[in-house]
Write a new protein. Structure first.
Lengths: 140, 158
């Protein structure tokens, strides 16, 4: 059943998808830093307030994924920030996350060599988001 | 008692705690790709003495064009410093043209014996296959193989 984007239920299903992925498990071996995603508000898209998503990722496992305030997500070692529409494009495979980062459509903060070392893991993480059926707030 | 004054200290080398700035951007507003490559190279060089030696010895203009986003940069290595330009600039010794994924994979090439990139593991085979299929093109390879290997070593995060 489809869930509301960036809701608690969405976070739970996202976490389950990540933990079901053998590709992610192998590619993220050795990763030990929390990742924050910031989804910036777009009131005209019925997404009125910015949201932070904190992902507790450790050694190929998603230990927890929580939706909360932006300030919490911004405290993470690695933070990816983009407006709501961009995240929707990523989750619906309209925008490849790697390309989005190189084009500056998604803004990234964190140690670059570490991020590049785990490119495959981050790509699979993106794949996992596409497998969660979502009800988008701007859908008619 | 120590004298805190600025006098000479016998046979003691002072280590600068601040990192030297290695990378400059030619454009007032560097593109996201330019900032990312510049940042990556700076972090790599600061993190490894071997990469620092490579960086200090390299004088070359290297272009990188990402075919699926139609964006590129020129990396102007000047023996110990680097100027990153948005877009492809003239007088390049090497130009690498590939999709975004492949460009990222170039940074994931392992470096093996004699400082040569490893092409027999999963990442290396993927890069070699792209080269054979024409999805990774390297202009200026002939005569600049040593430069390409040095650039690959500086790029590599492995």
């Amino acid at each position: 059943m489809a869930v509301k984007f960036a809701s608690e239920e969405w976070a739970r299903q996202f976490k389950d998808e990540v933990n079901r992925s053998s590709v992610y498990k192998a590619a993220a071996k050795g990763w030990k830093w929390p990742v924050g995603l910031v989804v910036e508000a777009e009131p005209d898209k019925n997404f009125p307030e910015s949201v932070g998503i904190v992902m507790d990722l450790f050694d190929g496992e998603a230990r927890d994924i929580k939706v909360g305030p932006v300030s919490e997500a911004q405290k993470c070692d690695f933070v990816i920030t983009a407006p709501y529409t961009r995240w929707k494009q990523v989750a619906t495979k309209e925008l490849d996350a790697t390309k989005g980062i190189l084009q500056g459509k998604l803004k990234m903060k964190g140690d670059l060599p570490t991020i590049v070392r785990y490119t495959k893991a981050s790509q699979e993480m993106t794949e996992c988001t596409t497998r969660v059926p979502v009800v988008w707030p701007d859908a008619n | 008692m120590h004298d805190a004054g600025p006098g000479r200290m016998a046979r003691r080398k002072l280590r600068a705690k601040t990192r030297a700035k290695l990378v400059d951007y030619a454009d007032g507003e560097p593109s996201a790709f330019a900032s990312m490559l510049g940042g990556l190279i700076e972090a790599n060089v600061h993190g490894s003495e071997a990469k620092q030696r490579d960086f200090d010895s390299l004088a070359a203009r290297v272009g990188i064009w990402v075919t699926d986003i139609d964006e590129g940069v020129t990396l102007d290595f000047k023996k110990g410093s680097l100027v990153v330009h948005n877009g492809l600039q003239p007088k390049r010794s090497i130009t690498i043209r590939a999709e975004a994924d492949t460009v990222m994979n170039l940074s994931n090439l392992k470096i093996g014996l004699f400082g040569m990139p490893v092409y027999y593991d999963e990442v290396g085979r993927g890069v070699a296959l792209k080269l054979l299929r024409g999805r990774l093109k390297i202009d200026g390879l002939v005569g600049n193989l040593a430069t390409l290997n040095t650039v690959t070593r500086i790029f590599s995060v492995q």
